[in-house]
Design a protein around this ligand. Sequence first.
Ligand SMILES: [Zn+2]
Length: 463
Amino acid sequence: MGLVLYNSLNRKKQAFTPLDPQRVTLYACGPTVYNFVHIGNARPAVAFDTLYRVLRSLYSNVVYARNITDIDDKIINASKDLGEEINVISNRYSEAYFKDMAALNTLQPDLAPYATQHIPEMIRMVETLIEKGHAYAADTEIADQKGHVLFAVQSMPDYGQLSGRSLEDMLAGARVEVASYKKYAGDFVLWKPSSDSEPGWYSPWGRGRPGWHLECSAMIKKHLGDTIDIHAGGQDLIFPHHENEIAQSCCANNGKALANYWLHNGFINIDGEKMSKSLGNFRLVNDLLQQYPGEVLRYVILSSHYRSEQNFSKDLLDSAWRSMDSLYGFIRGIDSVEPLLNRDGAGYQALLDDLNTPVAISELYRLTKEVNQVSGKEQQDKIAELMGLADILGLLQQDPEQWFTQGRGGDEISAQEIEALIQQRHEAKQNKDYAGADAIRQQLLDQGVVLEDSRDGTQWRRS
Ligand SMILES: [Zn+2]
């Protein structure tokens, strides 16, 4: 089977056919960098990283771009609250984002364009939209309203194609700012004025800054082209963000589609409740990484299908950690071999079927059982298949020794202290002080460290 993807545009699974198999293009909306990201931001990064890996297994040249929104009212507000320069905040949190995502084993996208480095392209797109009659500068002399440029949604007959709702429905369900400078309440901002204390760029409409939706449209056009293969993002972005990206790009590019396939991941709930500011239940990736290895977070995210709603809890994280321990425990006991992707294997086939990662993960376990049932060359092949499937899922990427000796959160005994105690125990044994050696073993066990003696020496792991 070839790759099949669920396309939000027509709400069904479709065989994936790229425009140009020599250059497959994927764009995912990245974070607005004003704080550490939460687990809800990690889900698209992990899901679409897996898509990127699958695409790379099929095509020789895949260009994956994920932007950084480094100009936005949220960043401006954070700057006022913290009394720090905007670029200090956006640098700090974009770096933190890259670091957090690397801990989740996401590959670096080919391109990570920053919005502030594409202002001329954005201004050019607004000019084009005005020339073509799809946008207008607000006709007002009122100081804080002057300098707005708006997209006229009624100028686009099929506005709303992605969310599949009429303009009236969309307006009723969304918080749309009613402002006197708008000709129609649904018109959205392409460009807005900046006060002297706010960051701004000179434009034909005065000093100002771009609207959020415009950033993605301009960066996609510049780096990937007028029409791309796949545009991805969280389900919450369908309206208004993606709908408006389509409107801008399609109208600026003579009616050309922005993307042929639209992929959206579902929400993450925390302990059965929606993540929200009022509940204060955001789980920051940075905090979770103090307590769990990144691969455990990745495993949790991939254990649900990307389109389904996912419930996040401590129990789920702890059980994912035990699952990863059992997989690492298995590969620790076998000789390593070069990974090989089995394209006919049930795990890879599941990934081709709209990224069915839960099935692919269950195949990892089935393969461990199969490895044990065969021997010799056949066994080597099974191990290679197991590791090939793990690679495309971005799991089992650590050395097993490293996995079992890494910290497990909290005030725990350090690896150096453990090694020192193992050495003391070894010496005790050599001196035939078996009671002393046993006491050290028990002392370590009490601190959650299990020793395993073999002919090659003593290995340890945290339990
Ligand atoms: Zn976007």
